[in-house]
Design a protein around this ligand. Structure first.
Ligand code: CP
Length: 333
């Protein structure tokens, strides 16, 4: 986390949402509670609330995305904000304009929030460090570092099925080494009081000293790692972030770590199965599991809209609070 850009205001409220590091359980529960309140908006005849009317949100996706980009856009629209989707491949950054010049131009259009996805770890922090004081930045995934809204939509999904985090065993399976999702999930699970987090995968895809560095139990054997767990989180193989051949083949990976109904049988009988998407069927899990009754994968996507509404409305609402506080201070002088 950048020393230049604290993501909380002095009053402890969210200013930016860049990482889950340093956020306490009360704040994570506030996000879950607020998001739970937004779930019903999807069932309304008019799927909108006026909380962010008059605000302008710019989606800056420098890396591919399906779920995250579209659910951020839908979430912003459901909050009644105006949304700009910058097409990076045809924008001025593709013509040589610096990122900071692009930011300054968007700020001149009175943008109130940047939602940023970037292949480089730290990109969202960099933008937050250089954004105008009234602008909030939300990290939509930066390199291997963090994907905090994904982790929070996963926490909302878990909470709806297993309300007491302090009673859970959670297993995260696959490419932990390259996964910003796993890093953010592990922080969230620990903050919310989950007593046992296991990571399972081949040695080449688990960070060195993961037990000490991440505070997790490491298992190289899928059957051993899945035993009695309440939540099974599968991860995508991040081939785009692998600099060398870390796997013999996808066939071999599925043979050792692919989730099948038979392998899932050792988990708790009411265990849920999650995946942040996009799924590679026949590599990370087979279709029977992906489409089976324990899968909550599509619920995760729906919950993503509510969580993103929660995070954006908190940051933008706190901007109003800050403005009114500073106006009050000026009035009083
Ligand atoms: N889970 C996730 O980040 O998916 P996308 O890459 O489709 O946004």
């Amino acid at each position: 986390m950048s020393a230049l850009t604290p993501q909380l205001h002095a009053n402890g409220k969210l200013r930016h949402f860049l990482t889950l590091e340093g956020l306490d359980a009360a704040l994570l529960h506030e996000i879950i509670d607020r998001a739970s309140g937004f779930l019903g908006v999807s069932d309304q005849a008019v799927k909108k609330v006026p909380l962010c009317r008059g605000k302008v949100i710019a989606n800056l996706f420098f890396e591919t995305s399906t779920r995250t980009r579209t659910t951020f856009e839908l979430a912003a629209k459901r909050l009644s904000a105006d949304v700009l989707n910058l097409n990076i491949s045809t924008s001025a950054t593709a013509k040589g304009e610096t990122l900071l010049d692009t930011l300054r131009n968007l700020e001149a259009m009175h943008v109130d929030m940047f939602v940023v996805r970037h292949a480089t770890s730290g990109a969202a922090h960099f933008i937050a460090d250089h954004a105008a004081p009234h602008v909030s930045v939300v990290n939509a995934g930066d390199g291997r570092h963090a994907h905090p809204t994904q982790a929070m939509l996963d926490m909302l999904t878990i909470h709806r099925h297993k309300p007491d985090f302090t009673q859970l065993r959670v297993a995260i399976i696959g490419d932990i080494l390259h996964s910003r999702v796993a890093r953010s999930q592990i922080i969230a699970l620990h903050t919310l009081g989950v007593p046992e987090v296991r990571v399972i995968g081949p040695r080449t895809l688990i960070p060195a000293q993961a037990e000490e560095a991440l505070g997790v139990r490491v298992c190289y054997d899928l059957r051993e790692g899945l035993r009695d767990v309440d939540v099974v989180i599968m991860l995508r193989l991040q081939r785009e972030r692998m600099s060398s051949a870390l796997l013999p083949s996808e066939h071999e990976y599925f043979r050792l770590y692919g989730l099948t109904e038979e392998r899932l049988a050792v988990a708790h009988p009411e265990a849920i199965v999650m995946h942040p998407g996009p799924i590679n069927r026949g590599v990370e899990m087979d279709s029977q599991v992906a489409d089976g009754e324990r899968s909550v994968i599509l619920e995760q996507v729906s919950n993503g809209i509510a969580v993103r509404m929660a995070v954006m409305s908190m940051c933008l609402g706190n901007q109003n609070l800050q403005h009114s506080q500073s106006a009050g201070a000026t009035d009083g002088q």
